[in-house]
Design a protein around this ligand. Structure first.
Ligand SMILES: [Zn+2]
Length: 402
């Protein structure tokens, strides 16, 4: 009757059934009858006007019916898991037949309700099929524990052991002795995380995707690291003296494979040594590229090379772990002062306050102002420079000279 009139059930919140009856069967065994006798119905137009309306099933102590209350906004609080169509279903040919079977019958004479009923049936049939067909997904994905996990899925999607390879890759980064900043750059390289024009062009409209530094090729991070004119100059002028043109690699993966091979590295040079140069090149060229993009002046190539070479030295020093940490002041060895002083025949200790210790400071100041270097005879110096109690000032010399 309800189906024929073309009205829809508003659904309920707070309980499935509104009527209960307990009947006594023989031997003290009870049977419970229950049904959803009370419901709210509405026309499709009304339903579309009030999509959040729902009936609340209230509790009752005295009646076998539970009262229902029409709540116009109660639907927003419903937390039932929503049906979601899984993309993987479409890859299974059986999915087509599940949908076709659910869709084939006419379920209502009203076309709108027929459409609604078919959608609902498709949803139910797909949910059941999903449970039956994919229930042992973990086993199908080959996880030893039988549990479904992102890791096992990733392993299958990437065709086997690449998760382990990837883990090995990240472990190599974090366990290396490089400076944390270089590690971060290395990680960014592995993830292709630099927002180069070539990368941005993949998902947004860019009028120019060429390298801002040389303008010769499409800008990728590998180009900036290896193929760009600045990068080539730095590699050649680095302590390794590598000629980029002699090494035929076309991406970061090939680059690593090439230099991980002992035969391809200069003697006594480790992969980490080459990596330090690569990361310093990336850092320098990326900075230069950014300043060009933001309209600042270009650095001179010679300055850039010497700056990068300094950095390479510093990072090699950090990676060698041969650094002594001075974290706190410690007193000199005991009796050292006494040992020095006993070499003198006559000696006494005097206190020189800081503000009466100008002589050394004065000489340095004088030498700097007159740009004097090398050996200086004391006769060349003005008396006031050698005064230990007064700070020497340049204008005072001019005053005396005049
Ligand atoms: Zn370039």
């Amino acid at each position: 009757m309800v189906a024929k009139t073309g009205v829809v059930d508003l659904g309920s919140h707070g309980g499935k059934f509104t009527w209960f009856q307990k009947s006594n069967i023989t031997g003290g065994v009870f049977r419970l009858k229950r049904a959803r006798l009370d419901k709210a119905l509405a026309s499709i137009d009304w339903r579309m006007l009030h999509p959040n309306a729902i009936t609340q099933v209230l509790s009752s102590a005295t009646s076998d019916h539970r009262p229902i209350l029409l709540d116009m906004d109660g639907g927003v609080n419903c937390r039932r898991t929503q049906f979601k169509y899984e993309l993987m279903w479409g890859h299974d040919p059986k999915c087509f037949w599940v949908v076709k079977n659910a869709w084939k019958d006419r379920l209502h004479h009203n076309p709108m309700l027929n459409f609604y009923c078919k959608l609902k049936k498709t949803r139910d049939q797909l949910s059941i099929w999903n449970k039956v067909h994919f229930k042992m997904l973990g086993h199908q994905l080959g996880d030893s524990s039988g549990e479904f996990s992102i890791r096992s899925t990733c392993r299958i999607v990437n065709g086997g052991g690449s998760v382990i390879q990837a883990e090995h890759r990240w472990k190599r980064i974090w366990k290396s002795t490089l400076h944390p900043r270089l590690k971060l750059l290395w990680w960014q390289l592995e993830r292709d995380a630099f927002q180069t024009r070539g990368k941005l062009a993949g998902f947004m409209e860019i009028t120019n995707d060429s390298c801002p530094v040389c303008g010769e090729e499409k800008e990728t991070i590998f180009h900036l690291l290896w193929q760009c004119t600045i990068a080539k100059a730095i590699w050649f002028n680095s302590p390794l003296g590598i000629r980029v043109d002699r090494v035929s690699v076309w991406d970061w993966k090939q680059w690593q494979e090439w230099f991980l091979d002992d035969c391809n590295r200069p003697p006594n040079i480790s992969f980490e040594d080459i990596l330090i140069v690569a990361l310093c090149v990336v850092e320098a060229v990326w900075r230069e590229r950014n300043s060009i993009v933001h309209g600042q002046t270009r650095s001179q190539i010679s300055q850039l090379i010497s700056r990068v070479n300094c950095k390479i030295q510093e990072h090699k020093y950090v990676a060698s772990n041969d650094i002594e940490d001075f974290c706190a002041w410690s007193p000199p060895p005991a009796r050292r002062f006494h040992k020095f002083c006993k070499n003198f025949k006559n000696w006494e200790i005097g206190h020189v306050p800081r503000n009466c210790n100008f002589m050394a400071h004065n000489i340095a100041k004088w030498a700097r102002q007159f740009r004097v270097t090398g050996l200086i005879r004391s006769t060349e110096l003005d008396k006031s420079v050698l005064d230990d109690y007064v700070e020497w000032k340049k204008h005072a010399v001019f005053f005396m000279a005049s």
